[in-house]
Design a protein around this ligand. Structure first.
Ligand code: NAD
Length: 443
């Protein structure tokens, strides 16, 4: 299944945004009942069309196991069930007994949500749920790269959602550039840092605040106190999930030299167990999104191949967008593979003497979106928390922080600014308005 995505005519783009902004001023989106109605509509969209959405994701990424639709369903249910509590006024102390002071969460207005292709449903509908819960309306720009999903999303959002609440713009650079010239009340962008700079520059022209959900090189520190089997299985699973095209997957491993051999063996065993010996022939093994990304990864492979650093894998095939799970050793920080986020199923292992060296290496690279450590020693985790920076830290697992709605999800420095999920989305998409009432009596 490959569908051609219809781009929004350029002439329509300013009108769409103006219409969204003017409809927001009707105040319809503000009542909690209306917000719940829209969240229920989004929930119906997801539940009634889960199969079609999963098929579209499979057509784009050959991913058979889905977590994004179910993640969005959970987000909608969470907001429907907790909306009163999440949005209620937050009491503040006044100066006198009679002062009534509180913080009111006011909707910001029209929010632009720009999605990317690696989780093409979740990265637009999960923010959308938060946008609706906070009482805003929304312009959605799905990624044109995952065009099958963009096409299905466009049709379903038009069918299920109030047309004055959810607007869609489709297109590539030309359409996106014109869209970014328009004025929004907040821009929520997920994607790479290069485009994030363009988004931020465009936002600055209108003094529009932005949330940037970016990527980076997420390290996994393995210590001598790690459960090595658990670490190997977890890393192996995450490195091939979505073919490594996940912002918070393990980018590289930091490991004591004496544990490296056993780690490699267990990672390979896990992959063989998952896909058999002939991984290319395995239909459930996911693929790289397109030729452009494949060529980028081929360059990474060529560079480590020329240095004889591949100890497992290394094969690729552009026609079937296949990249074999690959392990690279003897890696130095100067190697090409350590210069930018890999975003593919290639795992470099950097050996280091101890936790001090591991921390030094982490600190020599831009702050990552996530940092992982395998150890059962709390004091080692405390050192990492004190001596490094990252969007999140997870010990003895990968990715769990993303799925917990009680934790904010976002980066720091080059891995992003701002955050969302659960109550944090409502906070992000609301203005925290200070209200000070003196000598006012309720009727
Ligand atoms: P991208 O930055 O190329 O595209 C993302 C969006 O930006 C798309 O909707 C695209 O149409 C739009 N876009 C592209 N060029 C544009 C331009 N010149 N002007 C305006 N808009 C433009 O996506 P990518 O870099 O391939 O995405 C991968 C990156 O996203 C990785 O770095 C990954 O780590 C990151 N990511 C982060 C998260 C997160 O939640 N933090 C999630 C997924 C991916």
């Amino acid at each position: 299944m490959t569908l051609t995505l219809e781009y929004t005519p350029l002439n329509d783009i300013p009108k769409i945004v103006e219409s969204a902004r003017s409809n927001f001023r009707n105040h319809r989106t503000q009542s909690l009942e209306f917000r719940k109605e829209q969240l229920r509509a989004l929930l119906r969209l997801l539940k009634e069309n889960e199969g079609e959405l999963v098929d579209a994701i499979k057509a784009d990424l050959n991913r058979s196991k889905d977590t994004e639709v179910s993640g969005c369903i959970e987000a909608c249910e969470y907001y429907i069930n907790n909306l009163e509590e999440l949005t209620q006024n937050r009491k503040a102390k006044g100066f006198k007994e009679s002062d009534d002071c509180f913080i009111r969460l006011s909707p910001l207005g029209t929010i632009l949500v720009i999605g990317t292709w690696n989780y093409p449903v979740g990265l637009v509908l999960q923010p959308l749920a938060g946008v609706l819960a906070a009482g805003n309306n929304c312009v959605i720009k799905p990624s044109e790269v995952s065009e099958n999903t963009a096409k299905v999303l466009t049709r379903l959002l038009r069918k299920y959602m109030d047309p004055e609440v959810v607007y869609i713009i489709n297109g590539a650079v030309e359409e996106s550039s014109l869209m970014l010239k328009q004025r929004f009340d907040h821009i929520f962008y997920t994607g790479g840092a290069q485009v994030a700079k363009i988004v931020m520059e465009a936002a600055a022209k209108h003094l529009t605040p932005v949330t940037l959900e970016l990527g980076g090189k997420c390290p996994v520190i393995i210590t001598e106190h790690a459960d090595l089997a658990k670490a190997a299985q977890t890393i192996a699973g995450w490195k091939v999930a979505n073919c490594g095209q996940i912002c918070l997957t393990a980018d590289y491993v930091l490991c004591p030299k004496h544990l490296q051999e056993e780690l490699i063996k267990q990672v390979i065993d896990t992959w063989t167990h998952m896909f058999g010996k002939d991984i290319k022939a395995c239909e459930s093994y996911p693929r790289i999104i397109n030729r452009r990304q494949h060529e980028r990864l081929q360059k990474v492979l060529q560079s480590v191949q020329s240095q004889n650093k591949i100890v497992f894998g290394g094969n690729s095939d552009v026609d079937s967008l296949f990249v074999e799970p690959t392990i690279v050793t003897n890696v130095s920080l100067k190697d090409d593979i350590m210069q930018s986020e890999i975003f593919g199923p290639i795992l470099p292992i950097v050996t280091c003497e101890n936790l001090d060296t591991a921390i030094d290496i982490v600190n020599s690279i831009e702050h990552p979106l996530a940092l992982y450590i395998f150890t059962d020693k709390r004091e080692q985790i405390d050192r990492v928390l004190t001596e490094t920076r990252s969007g999140s830290v997870t010990a003895n697992d990968l990715g769990s922080q993303y799925f917990n709605p009680n934790l904010p999800f976002g980066g720091v420095g080059q891995s992003g600014m701002g955050n969302y999920h659960g109550k944090y989305s409502v906070d992000t998409f609301s203005h925290h308005r200070s209200v000070f009432l003196r000598n006012v009596h309720r009727l």
